[in-house]
Design a binder for this molecule. Sequence first.
Ligand SMILES: [Zn+2]
Length: 293
Amino acid sequence: MSIVRRLGFGVMGALARPVRALSDNTKLRVLAYHDVSDVDAFERQVEYLAHAYEPVVPPFDGVPSSKDRRVWITFDDADPTVVSNALPVLQRYGITASTYVCPGLVDTEVPFWWETVEHARSLGISDGSIPDLRTLKGWGDPRRREYVASLGEMIRTRSGQFRRTQITSEQLATWMDSGNRIGNHSWDHPILSTCEPAVQESQIAKAHDWLVSRGMLSDATFAYPDGDATETAVDTLQTLGYEAALLFDHRVSSGLPSMSVSRIRVNASDSLSEFKAKVSGVHPALHRIRGGS
Ligand SMILES: [Zn+2]
């Protein structure tokens, strides 16, 4: 029996608001940011979106339609700068957005696993023999976890525990109280396709339970860690009542609801011209022609 059914996660019906379908042939641009360290560049981007597009967040029913000018701003990994830096800018322009949270890291000083890898690399640990992230993302989840833990231990021995500031529950509450949205990004950001099905289920269900029990799951939406969608993840999400799940594929989305919503990858530090090209869809199209992922 799946962990979802065993643990009885059947609560979504009462809690989730529907992510209504946009009318046919209406394109929705979904932007995928991470952290926001360059506030000035980010503000220029937001000012542009406010004038040239129609920023929306779920649920999409009742939002006046201006056809294909809709844009949904998302931030993966809920970096603290999303609240400290992005939120004041968004508020100045009356825009709301979504962030995707890994509850296993909230209120901790635990780095994301790839940050530990990069930190170990920067310290010259393992004499430069640390595999690149692409390779590590292909390893089985238990092997990858064990390896990263060993790197963490070597860092600790060398220079003390490696810590990073993660978002806090209070910051998430501030984000929500301002009308912004929160979604599920798995418990601690594994590569789902390298996890056993039961682990995939618990990664999604545990994060779901944490968010729901704190009243933080604004919408039944999920962002696949690393954009890595699997059949088990889709089944688990649908069992829990999710109606939309977001990729990280650098494409313009064809709309909702869908378990494979495309997103355009943007950086808060992008120049305005580069940002405009990305949002327009020109850059993603060129990116694909050039063979980018
Ligand atoms: Zn992520």
